[in-house]
Write a protein that binds this ligand. Sequence first.
Ligand SMILES: [Zn+2]
Length: 213
Amino acid sequence: MNVQHHPTEARLLDYASGALSGAARLVVAAHLGVCPDCARGVHLFEAVGGGMLDALTPSPLAPDALAHALARTERPSAASDPLPPGPEDWIAIPPLVARAVRAAPRRRAPGAWMQAVSHGPGPARCYLLGMAAGRGVPPHSHRAGEMTVVLKGAFRDGDVILGPGDFSEHDGEVSHAPQATADGDCVCLIYTDGPLVPADWIGRIVFPLLGFG
Ligand SMILES: [Zn+2]
């Protein structure tokens, strides 16, 4: 898999330190499942963090401290645990997302569907968004941040095309209209901190159908 768009180091550090909420972690975890480079980065942050905690312990350094620290960097972590395979032609997805795919009903609008995965805290939520080939989401802005990982297919966001496993993040200032590429359907896992704000009347009709109030 040729993953080209990755989370920032700051975001990987948030993941490693446990600073991300459960809903936000799902999106980063899906990327880590197909990106060995980022998984190694998280693993390293976890090892460094664990080493710092060890250093705070007021006890003499054990003779095997170095070997212990090195072993920690080799130890499997949540970041490197293999994810189960997703539905056919999807990338591997976290188990909670797989359960949502099986269980939750989808909300539909012309050319798109939405399926809730996880809520909270507050207005934050994680959901699956499906777009038919060549179709997309009406123009909108955000009142808060958004993280996206592509689970299947590809979509265009401005001048950028994101494919399977690619990760993108926007702050609350962005205004965009993501659109699946013409060669096939696209499914994304998305985390948002707040509501989507439609930029035109089409969005004001479509977003409630998809459950974006
Ligand atoms: Zn990556």
